[in-house]
Design a binder for this molecule. Structure first.
Ligand code: SF4
Length: 688
């Protein structure tokens, strides 16, 4: 150990923040992180990183790290040894299962945990407890994209690699603040635009950096992307510009789909979206004229009541223009967290086993039942949103949340925390005493990425290994070990010697990962799923058609009903999202000094027009009130937002936390909260 204090170690790791999946060597001396050094053979990032990957590591040495398990005794938490915490947790799980049934327990996995830990969590739910009530935070972000892509092309992942986005003749981004949310990927787009003449069209409410750089920037009204996308698609077909050869060979249901487009005339689209008929025609002409189109989208599309349908509209447009199955083309729902892709891939979903095989499929279920020696229910379980509802309805009594500050990041904080208060038993496993953990009965101290081994999967379906750089702090332990110990106490000995054994088991059961093994993932080697048994991976997702019986994709008919608007009383719209410096609710990045110096707190962006109408200046303090709750914060006046649009960064876990404003509205097809549909009124507290 003394040697280690003195020695400088270099360890390959994968960034813990966004879904770009940058890899680099982290230089450490003792517990000190000296620097991070990306390598030319880093597959996703080459020699680049952003400010978070470079400077965002102080949190691993934060005084606030949990060092021992905690059990609630009355109003206080008492430090206990692992045996006591795990015995007690196992006993309470068993009692509640016995008294109220397996489906009265729920499990939420973490998009910050490894693939092996997601696999362990869903195995715990299904094998040890006997329920499919397991989900993860992709329910809050890209589930609608997955739904839209499953409907049309049969797989929810990005169609190609980041390289393909860089190679496209034209990139369209919709509802994606790419430069701040996926910085290194954005710099690839910027470079292609500058050096290769790539066309960049950006659609967003807010004129962020990518909006300013775009060849054309459009500001459709909130929640109307489906309309302009469908109108553009219709216009392309009306003009006969569709890719006939591709459609004949690879696409079903064209005629039926074409009929469904009747309502999406140019004047209808202009009236709803605010994009003029001439501009819509121009967009259609551009799309039809390029050979290779890639469309990237993010939460501005998905976090709406029509998030799945809008994602479907994107895929429909790509299909009719033949923009799948080739390098430089395809659909790119950009994943937010470093492992939100992998967390779903490895089965922490109520309807899917690992590799997106349905729990309702008898043959698939039998494979897992045989391997695990138990019966597994064939009905899908509850998703995150349904679990919170079921607690309110008295149907769900115990919850085990891993590495997710659900009480801040789920919509409608007051409703979610009221549910926590009703739980009979609540376990939270995390690095810190989060807002969510404050409601727990047992808190189990976990470790961050630098203190464990495992794999993460980035937005391009790329599975990458992280090696352990530091020892765990105090008594904290990796999530997979904790889950394995709980399973043993409930009668299931898993006996994994390490994450590599867990990956081997996943690979033996899920065809999507058949050829994945740690031997094939050493150092900077990576694999993009699907991975065949011989280790051949798939940089391009669709090569010989689409994963349906006849290998043809499906055009999916859509209609539109305008479901959200501001009104006379709640007259302002609140948009929300990331800032470059901070990540998610900020539990990690606020503990980094370098980052917090640059961006000390959240703020409310107000347009110059609105500021002068209300007589407020830079730094004024305002209260935003929605029907669900209110937030207060300092005003920042900027022309990035216009008119009656406000913008609130989501990285605040105090009085400016945006989810005091959101309510229970969800995407109708995926139950993803409509985080982007917030109507508020504004009260001025201090004019300044
Ligand atoms: Fe990490 Fe994303 Fe920044 Fe890369 S772009 S360093 S993955 S936060």
């Amino acid at each position: 150990a003394a040697m280690r204090e003195e020695r400088i170690d270099k360890t390959k790791t994968v960034c813990t923040y966004c879904g770009v999946g940058c890899t680099f060597d982290v230089w450490t001396k003792g517990r000190k992180v000296l620097k991070v050094e990306p390598q030319p053979d880093s597959p996703a990032n080459g020699i680049s990183t952003c400010v978070k990957g470079k400077f965002g590591w102080d949190y691993v040495n934060s005084e606030e790290r949990l060092r021992k398990p905690l059990i609630r005794k009355g109003d206080a938490f008492v430090e206990v040894e692992w045996d006591e915490a795990l015995d007690y947790t196992a006993k309470r799980f068993a009692e509640i299962k016995e008294a109220k049934g397996a489906d009265s327990l729920g499990f939420i996995s973490s998009s910050k945990a490894t693939n092996e830990e997601s696999y362990s969590m869903q195995k715990f739910a299904r094998q040890v407890i006997g329920t499919n009530n397991v989900d993860n935070c992709s329910r809050y972000c890209q589930s609608p994209a997955t739904k839209g892509l499953f409907r049309t092309v049969g797989h929810g992942g990005d169609s190609g690699s980041i390289d393909d986005i860089a190679k496209a003749d034209m990139v369209i981004t919709i509802g994606s603040n790419t430069a701040e949310s996926h910085p290194v990927l954005a710099s690839r787009i910027k470079r292609s635009q500058k050096l290769l003449g790539q066309k960049l069209y950006v659609f967003d409410l807010r004129k962020h950096e990518m909006g300013q750089r775009a060849d054309r920037f459009f500001q459709p009204k909130s929640g109307t992307d489906l309309v302009w996308l469908s109108a553009v698609t219709k216009y392309i077909i009306d003009k006969g510009w569709e890719d006939r050869a591709f459609i004949d060979k690879w696409v079903n249901d064209f005629e039926q789909y074409k009929k469904s487009l009747n309502m999406f005339t140019l004047d209808y689209a202009e009236a709803l979206s605010g994009i003029s008929e001439d501009e819509l025609k121009h967009i259609a002409e551009q799309i039809a004229s390029v050979d290779k189109l890639a469309i990237c989208w993010a939460m501005g599309v998905t976090q709406h009541q029509l998030g799945s349908d809008t994602s479907t509209a994107i895929s429909n447009l790509l299909l009719i223009t033949g923009n799948y199955m080739r390098n430089g083309t395809g659909a790119y729902p950009l994943r937010g967290h470093n492992n939100v892709q992998g967390c779903s891939d490895f089965g922490s979903m109520p309807n899917f086993f690992p590799g997106y095989e349905k729990v309702a499929d008898d043959e698939v279920r039998k494979r897992y039942e045989d391997a695990w020696g138990v019966d597994i229910p064939g009905e899908p379980g509850k998703d995150n949103h349904e679990m919170i509802g079921a607690i309110h309805e008295g149907e769900l009594h115990a919850l085990y949340v891993l590495g997710e500050d659900t009480g801040i990041v789920d919509a409608n904080i007051n409703y979610v925390t009221a549910a926590f208060e009703q739980l009979e038993f609540f376990v939270v496993q995390d690095l810190f005493l989060t807002e969510t953990a404050k409601y727990a009965d047992v808190i189990l101290p976990a470790v961050p990425s630098l203190e464990k081994e495992g794999t993460f999967t980035n937005t391009e379906r790329r599975i990458q290994r992280l090696y352990q750089a530091l020892d765990p702090v105090g008594d904290s332990r990796p999530d997979w070990e904790i889950i394995m110990d709980l399973a043993a106490r409930l009668g299931f000995e898993w006996c994994y010697n390490g994450p590599s054994d867990i990956m081997d088991e996943s690979a033996s059961l899920a065809p999507l990962f058949a050829g994945v093994s740690y031997d094939r993932l050493t150092d900077y080697n990576s694999l993009q799923w699907p991975v065949a048994a011989d280790g051949t991976d798939s940089p391009l997702l669709f090569v010989d058609g689409f994963p349906f019986a006849d290998h043809k994709a499906k055009l999916y008919p859509l209609d539109y009903e305008h479901v959200y608007d501001t009104n006379d009383e709640y007259d302002l719209h609140v948009n929300n999202g990331r800032v470059l410096e901070h990540f998610h609710e900020g539990n990690m990045t606020y503990k980094s000094e370098a980052i917090t110096r640059k961006m000390p707190s959240a703020f409310i962006e107000v347009s110059p027009e609105l500021a002068s109408e209300r007589g407020i200046n830079e730094g004024a303090e305002v209260k935003l009130i929605s029907e669900a709750g209110d937030v207060t914060g300092p005003v920042h006046i900027t022309d990035r937002v216009s008119g009656r649009e406000l913008y609130l960064p989501l990285n605040d876990n105090g009085k400016t936390a945006v989810n005091y404003l959101t309510d229970n509205r969800v995407d109708k097809d995926s139950n993803t909260p409509a985080f982007k549909e917030i109507a508020v009124k504004m009260e001025v507290i201090k004019k300044k």
